[in-house]
Design a binder for this molecule. Structure first.
Ligand SMILES: *[C@@H]1O[C@H](CO)[C@@H](O)[C@H](O)[C@H]1NC(C)=O
Ligand SMILES: *[C@@H]1O[C@H](CO)[C@@H](O)[C@H](O)[C@H]1NC(C)=O
Ligand SMILES: *[C@@H]1O[C@H](CO)[C@@H](O)[C@H](O)[C@H]1NC(C)=O
Ligand SMILES: *[C@@H]1O[C@H](CO)[C@@H](O)[C@H](O)[C@H]1NC(C)=O
Ligand SMILES: *[C@@H]1O[C@H](CO)[C@@H](O)[C@H](O)[C@H]1NC(C)=O
Ligand SMILES: [Zn+2]
Length: 538
């Protein structure tokens, strides 16, 4: 009786506190928020288990500033919220770390060198894919391919019997996805038409060709993104865009090659539009290749206007996971939100934020259909982006808007979002304003507004600051401090008990849930097989 009364009092108290905090952000409000985080931290259990499944979410150019701006943008879409207090789904993951992104020869990396770091575990030269730092950019090293090529986490997962897949909004041959399956002295060799003849003559193969003909690309269960132009010959009409053709010079239709290489054609699907994609049943399909655009897929905001229709990143992610979860040895899946980076390079904040929201939705969708007991989910970025949130606008001021309080020392207004360099600069030879004033800002929240920039560059640049790593699921605690970016690949390997390095860790008797017990199961299976064989003989 007393206990019940105490609970009632507690409930009433919680009720009062709730209504009090809802009305004002006083000390009690912040204290309660802190208490929630403390409880979460104290309840946190180290999940020292095998990560049977690994999903790596890569936000291209998803810098901390991009995450903050996306959070505020999404928050401001919620009714009555000022935005800053909003939390993106992945920001609540229990473990976080930072990654240092410099590559072998540059302070600030491109997506190929950084992809080679977090997917293949080695820092390499700018613009090179899946090869170590002895390979010079653009110099085909076919003489000795095995010496320089490095295996990706996806290859190692396949070797361990896991199902694998890649999902991206960029061309499937673009730097990030390419680092899971290709080895190339140049990220630009996406199709044979992109390769200088002398490099082709040395025997190096383009990236699309490698995806379809070589391992591990050939064995991937699911491949979803853009980039049809690298798969169709230059005399083959594009199915979606009238009057357009493929770009391959070798006359090979790689989509057909891909389909023909699959054991059961009735369970393998090449699709190029949303309807056909929706028709694929992931429970029964063995293999799925979806190429939804000639080049990159649309920005999320433009997706509804696509000619033949294309799926969202969340829909592709869900289909991929449903396909891969059929296989009992687990899987590795890379999901790239690839175009925040492109919008940034164009000097446009708008699409970076809208695609950032679509990226978050894909992570949320994956979480709805996976289990944190056997699935390690990691969210990170390949590199930061030189993209700033500056000035002291009012709380709740539109994140894409003009600062509502201050003007600069010339009395001119300025937006909150800026690029340190890029096409929005007014210091170009054409646009230089001899008055020394910046152009007047008009319509900053539109979807093609170029944020103002300082250094005039055709494309805005990546940034060299560290990027976030968020993790949840088995072994998520491995991400705990400032790491080299290469660590992500080695830690995934360790967590999943795959590759050569991790046999001892996984056999350790102190960890009953690790691969050691899986080995016992295998031995047990072998014994049963022998017993069964003897029975059959007698
Ligand atoms: C390309 O690399 C090879 C070694 O693999 C080297 O001998 C050659 O000089 C390089 N070519 C150029 C143009 O740098
Ligand atoms: C296609 O590529 C081949 C090989 O380079 C070339 O001879 C041909 O002219 C190209 N066709 C078109 C339509 O560009
Ligand atoms: C999409 O199409 C609609 C209707 O044709 C048009 O009003 C809208 O401006 C288009 N949006 C984009 C981003 O092109
Ligand atoms: C989608 O692709 C299928 C298969 O090629 C085709 O039959 C269908 O007409 C396409 N749908 C659209 C809307 O283009
Ligand atoms: C220069 O700046 C002034 C003040 O913002 C503006 O009125 C003028 O149009 C600008 N000129 C150019 C070429 O951008
Ligand atoms: Zn980039």
């Amino acid at each position: 009786m007393v206990a019940i009364n105490m609970n009632l009092v507690g409930l009433l108290f919680a009720f009062l506190v709730f209504f009090q905090v809802a009305s004002s952000e006083d000390l009690a409000f912040w204290k309660e928020k802190a208490a929630r985080d403390i409880r979460r931290a104290q309840r946190l259990k180290i999940k020292n288990k095998v990560a049977k499944k690994v999903v790596l979410f890569l936000g291209d150019g998803n810098s901390i500033s991009t995450i903050t701006a996306t959070r505020i943008y999404k928050g401001q879409l919620q009714q009555g919220a000022s935005g800053e207090e909003y939390e993106l789904f992945y920001e609540r993951f229990p473990n976080v770390g930072l990654a240092k992104t410099y590559c072998a020869d540059r302070q600030v990396p491109d997506s190929a060198a950084s992809g080679t770091a977090y997917l293949c575990g080695v820092k390499t030269n700018y613009n090179t894919i899946g090869m170590d730092d002895r390979v010079e950019f653009g110099n085909c090293t076919q003489d000795n391919p095995n010496e320089y090529a490095v295996d990706s986490i996806l290859k190692i997962a396949q070797d361990a019997g896991k199902a694998t897949g890649i999902v991206t909004t960029t061309r499937i041959t673009h730097a990030t996805p390419a680092c899971t399956y290709a080895h190339a002295a140049s990220r630009y060799w996406e199709g044979d038409d992109n390769m200088p003849k002398e490099e082709r003559d040395k025997g190096c193969k383009d990236i699309a060709w490698q995806l379809v003909n070589e391992l591990p690309g050939r064995n991937m269960r699911v491949i979803l993104g853009g980039g049809r132009q690298e798969f169709l010959p230059n005399f083959t009409s594009d199915p979606e865009d009238k009057g357009k053709f493929g770009q391959r010079l070798d006359g090979v239709n790689l989509a057909e090659t891909w389909l023909a290489s699959k054991p059961d054609n009735s369970k393998s699907f090449f699709v190029w539009n949303e309807t056909s994609f929706d028709d694929v049943n992931p429970e029964s399909a063995d293999y799925l290749l979806g190429l939804f655009e000639r080049s990159h897929m649309n920005y999320e905001a433009n997706r509804p206007n696509d000619t033949a229709g294309e799926p969202s990143l969340a829909d592709m992610t869900e289909k991929a996971i449903r396909m891969l979860k059929k296989y009992n040895k687990g899987y590795f899946l890379l999901v790239e939100g690839g175009r925040m980076d492109h919008s940034h390079h164009e000097g446009i904040g708008y699409h970076a934020l809208v695609d950032g929201v679509a990226f978050e939705e894909a992570i949320k969708r994956a979480s709805d259909i996976t289990n944190d007991d056997d699935t390690l989910t990691i969210v990170t970025a390949d590199h930061s982006f030189a993209f700033d949130i500056l000035g002291y606008a009012s709380r709740g001021n539109p994140i894409l808007g003009v600062n509502d309080i201050d003007v600069d020392q010339n009395g001119q207004t300025f937006t909150t979002l800026h690029y340190p360099d890029g096409p929005g600069s007014h210091y170009t030879l054409e646009a230089i304003n001899h008055t020394g004033l910046r152009p007047i800002i008009t319509n900053p929240q539109s979807r093609d507004y170029l944020q103002q920039a300082l250094v005039p560059n055709k494309w805005a640049s990546h940034d060299g600051e560290d990027v976030m790593i968020y993790a949840k699921g088995p072994m998520a605690h491995l991400f705990h401090s400032t790491h080299e970016q290469t660590y992500i690949m080695h830690a995934m390997q360790y967590a999943a008990c795959i590759g050569d390095d991790n046999t001892n860790q996984c056999k350790s008797k102190n960890e009953p849930m690790t691969c050691g017990s899986m080995n016992i199961m295998t031995n047990y299976g072998t014994m049963m097989f022998i017993v069964f064989g003897l029975l059959m003989q007698s």
